[in-house]
Design a protein around this ligand. Structure first.
Ligand SMILES: [Zn+2]
Ligand SMILES: [Zn+2]
Length: 284
């Protein structure tokens, strides 16, 4: 197959950036978020390692740091302790500078001490991924220049390394607590954004996720599409993933419909009986 269009056309280069960005978001969602932070799914070690390496190479993110900041967000959502609450700091701050809030949070030793239980702490994490975050993205820059040349190469690289800071730290953490619809009344301001599966791999269903944080599946209604869940299903089919916790949207909405029906019946009974009780009291 002739793939030279990727390095020889502007749209090929753009397609390459989007494809890499999609894999990066997918690895963040599946490995760091659903598996490590919330333990909703467990992957075969080869898959975990591949995703962990990809994330270091394309973003410079360490699993321990990402997980610590994210668990703290759930534990202290929309308070001064929340590392990146748009309710506290304003949505524009989180959308455009969310990565700065993320960095500030993982530099706090107390956060790292308290929220990293169960995270990888092997020699690769301690000697390479954490202290040498930029090595991966610098090698990536060299690869991009070799593939695309000195002008397009750095542009491709910029798109690749800014993908997570914008789409995850910015859009999910900022807009996912600001605009969109809510399926559930939760104590925080989380919302579901419009379907952005290709860009966000299901992370856009943020209100569903805050309601059921441990569920490996984020979609709860028939029109919601969680692309990450379908990747998990595919990996499960070939024996490379085990789902630990899953919340069924259908079961949840069936239960809510049952409760609503009971409440409606109660209201009808109350409306029929209350006037009779009142008139009996007047007669007496
Ligand atoms: Zn959130
Ligand atoms: Zn979460």
């Amino acid at each position: 197959m002739d793939l030279s269009f990727i390095t020889h056309t502007w749209w090929g280069a753009l397609l390459f950036v989007v494809a890499c960005g999609h894999i990066t978001i997918m690895c963040t969602s599946l490995y760091m978020h659903r598996s490590m932070a919330h333990q909703g799914v467990k992957f075969n070690p080869v898959i975990s390692w591949a995703m962990r390496f990809w994330l270091w190479f394309f973003t410079g993110m360490s699993t321990r740091e990402w997980v610590a900041v994210h668990r703290k967000h759930h534990a202290h959502c929309e308070t001064e302790e929340d590392p990146h609450s748009p309710v506290i700091h304003g949505w524009a701050q989180i959308l455009f500078f969310g990565v700065n809030y993320y960095r500030k949070a993982y530099r706090d030793p107390a956060t790292m001490e308290r929220f990293t239980k169960g995270c990888p702490n092997d020699v690769i994490e301690r000697k390479l991924f954490m202290p040498h975050k930029v090595w991966g993205i610098l090698i990536l820059l060299a690869v991009d220049i070799a593939l695309f040349g000195f002008i397009t190469g750095p542009l491709v690289w910029g798109g690749q390394v800014l993908w997570v800071p914008f789409w995850a730290a910015g859009v999910v953490n900022g807009l996912g607590h600001t605009i969109g619809y809510r399926n559930y009344k939760v104590r925080d301001a989380s919302r579901n954004l419009i379907p952005l599966g290709l860009l966000l791999s299901g992370e856009e269903l943020h209100n569903n996720h805050h309601k059921f944080p441990s569920s490996a599946r984020f979609s709860m209604r028939w029109f919601e599409f969680d692309m990450g869940w379908w990747y998990i299903q595919a990996l499960r089919l070939i024996g490379l993933a085990k789902v630990k916790v899953v919340q069924s949207g259908a079961a949840d909405f069936k239960e809510r419909a049952r409760l609503a029906k009971e409440a409606a019946i109660d209201r009808v009974i109350h409306a029929a009986v209350a006037p009779k009780i009142a008139s009996a009291a007047v007669d007496a």
